[in-house]
Design a protein around this ligand. Structure first.
Ligand SMILES: Cc1ncc(C[n+]2csc(CCOP(=O)(O)OP(=O)(O)O)c2C)c(N)n1
Ligand SMILES: [Mg+2]
Length: 601
């Protein structure tokens, strides 16, 4: 049967292993939409699914989350002009976290291009930065096979975003499945198999020499170490090291291991800070954690780094030995060269700090005020995390509490927007997690600002699809603090400016009631004693749930180590007339006291 270019594109996606395309329609992709119809008849029961979102940015977030959680290429699709433009933020999210995503977008017909035609946007120029590894327009059917193949292969090989523009008349032409065997044709194939990348023995030995000589080794692991759980633990054990986890690497090791210092950076923990301040050797694995002030000062520690992407080496700290290598393979090859450190003093000191810190966090979570303490909501969640749960966190104070207070265990996954730190990804990420792992519970941790930005809209997508998921538990926690809280605190602590009500105050919205109106479950919590019950109800629900927790905006998502400058900015914000001055002081004094008296309840 002769097929159209649209049919052929979908067939080729299938060959690349794609079974789900996150998308929004428009006449710029009519030929592709038609092809979805033909495809589903042909492959009934195993169709390539068109997942309809509310906004193209959400489609790109979902493709990005699919990639982050499965390691596969995520695919999104949008119409020409406005649809393609809407994809951008989600595509940048994937680009900045180095995960492969392919975007397929429509375009005006070839006969109109260059004519200031309706919805005609110069898409190759628009995508030139975000999809710089590969962005091409299909001008003839003969090109289509190699455009698809190269978009997928380049995205996999460089862990980046690639894009293909398909003018809508091209989508409807007869496909050329195999270009003629003559000059000026290109003959490509599918498949991409991950290589085994390990440094040579001599370099491994040099790395081992540095690590063996160190007396106080600190490890920092990130997203790139997600497949190296046991290797990281074994190396840390041999070196008597503590392990800090960059945000995207939270799932590398369980938080309960006694030598895991946890998150690092502005959202991080005090033990991570202390470890980086006092180590003499830094071993960084699969991370591009950006903040130098949370790493040792240049020259204070010897550095070894392992990263699959050579471009990420010696980027945050001048490493003595930067190694290109796969995390698990390289650590495994390194292990026999390491001498187990007999002096465990450093490790024991770290473990003591870590145990004390968990006490501080618990005590901070137990502080009660007039409104719910957001830390308590996360603390109670942490006690109840079901096996195999997948967590997504939005950008905002939720990312702080997720990073610090949630104790992830083996077999769980968690993700967020790391490099771009964009708001509005929490709910679409969670929906993509449900599609990729329909039999696992998924929890999205989201602020009210992010809910108003994207989450509320995307709950409609959850309403549309949840009955397809084997385990219906998609739980969205909304911290209803009526504030763009993270930025409010950044203004106070980093700029010394008081809260600007005009930019920071958020209107109230009935999140739980809205969820109910969609046929989902809504639970509104405004008393501390109801938090645990709300989580229990949510985890035993037969449908997706929104927990709306009315929380206190005056609890500071404090950095683990407040610099003198930040503290004086904070005081300045108060004296400049911050509208919440008194409540803020009360809440942060309580937390500060808990740092010294973690046993106090
Ligand atoms: C798309 C986008 N716009 C703006 C920001 C800046 N920003 C970071 S966190 C934040 C506040 C988030 O507020 P909310 O979702 O209510 O969470 P909260 O911090 O209050 O818990 C803002 C405005 C951003 N990161 N991304
Ligand atoms: Mg908020």
């Amino acid at each position: 049967m002769s097929q159209t270019v649209g049919d052929f594109i979908l067939e080729r996606l299938r060959e690349w292993g794609v079974r789900r395309v996150y998308a929004y329609p428009g006449d710029g992709i009519n030929g592709l939409l038609g092809a979805f119809g033909h495809e589903s008849k042909k492959h009934e029961g195993d169709e390539l699914k068109f997942i309809q979102v509310r906004h193209e940015e959400m489609a790109a977030f979902m493709a990005c989350a699919h990639s982050k959680l499965t390691g596969e290429v995520g695919v999104c699709m949008a119409t020409s002009g406005p649809g393609a433009i809407h994809l951008l933020n989600g595509l940048y999210d994937a680009k900045m976290d180095h995960v492969p995503v392919v975007a397929i977008v429509g375009q005006s017909a070839r006969s109109a291009i260059g004519g200031d035609y309706q919805q005609e946007v110069d898409l190759p120029s628009l995508f030139k930065d975000v999809a710089h590894e590969y962005i091409q327009t299909a001008m003839t059917p003969e090109q289509v096979r190699h455009l698809i193949d190269r978009a997928f292969r380049n995205a996999r090989a460089t862990r980046s975003v690639t894009a293909i523009v398909v003018p809508h008349d091209v989508q409807e032409l007869d496909a050329v499945e195999k270009p003629p065997h003559k000059q000026a044709t290109v003959h490509t194939g599918t498949q991409w198999l991950p290589p085994r990348v390990v440094p040579c023995q001599e370099h491994l030995q040099r790395a081992a020499d540095i690590l063996n000589a160190g007396e106080r080794v600190a490890m920092l692991v990130g997203q790139g170490a997600l497949g190296a759980r046991y290797e990281v633990e074994a190396v840390a054990d041999a070196l008597g090291a503590g392990v800090a986890k960059a945000l995207l690497g939270k799932g590398v090791l369980p938080d309960a291991l006694p030598f895991v210092t946890g998150a690092i950076g502005l959202l991080g923990t005090k033990p991570s800070w202390d470890m980086m301040q006092s180590c003499d050797t830094l071993l960084m694995v699969g991370s591009s954690f950006p903040y130098p002030e949370f790493l040792p000062e240049e020259g204070k520690a010897r550095g070894v780094q392992i990263d699959l992407d050579g471009r990420m080496l010696s980027l945050r700290y001048p490493m003595e030995l930067p190694l290109v290598g796969d995390s698990a393979e390289t650590l495994r090859a390194l292990l026999p060269l390491l001498k187990r450190k007999e002096d465990r003093g450093w490790r024991e000191w770290l473990e003591k700090q870590i145990a004390k810190w968990w006490g501080v966090l618990e005590a901070r979570a137990m502080n009660e005020g007039d409104l719910i303490n957001p830390q308590r909501v996360f603390w109670e969640l942490s006690q109840r995390l079901p096996e195999g749960v997948i967590l997504t966190a939005d950008s905002g104070s939720t990312a702080n509490w997720y990073a610090r207070d949630v104790k992830m265990r083996d077999g769980m996954m968690g993700t967020l927007s790391g490099g771009l730190a964009t708001m509005g990804c929490g709910v679409p990420y969670a929906i993509a997690a449900k599609f990729a792992f329909p039999d696992r519970p998924v929890v999205a941790l989201v602020g009210d600002g992010a809910m108003q930005m994207n989450g509320n809209g995307e709950l409609v997508t959850a309403m549309k699809y949840w009955k397809e998921w084997k385990d219906p538990r998609l739980i969205v926690l909304v911290l209803n603090n009526h504030d763009l809280n993270e930025v409010t605190w950044e203004m106070r602590a980093l700029a010394g400016e008081p809260k600007l009500a005009a930019s920071q105050d958020l209107p109230d919205f009935p999140y739980a009631g809205y969820a109910e109106s969609l046929g989902l479950k809504g639970i509104r919590v405004d008393r501390t004693e109801d938090i645990g019950k709300a989580w229990d109800q949510a985890f035993s629900s037969d449908r997706p749930v929104v927990i709306e927790a009315v929380t206190d905006p005056n609890v500071p998502p404090l950095p683990p180590h407040i610099s003198f400058k930040q503290a004086s900015h904070y005081m300045k914000a108060i004296t400049k007339g911050d509208p919440n001055a008194w409540d803020m002081v009360r809440a942060s004094m309580k937390d500060a006291v808990e740092s010294y008296l973690p046993h106090k309840r």
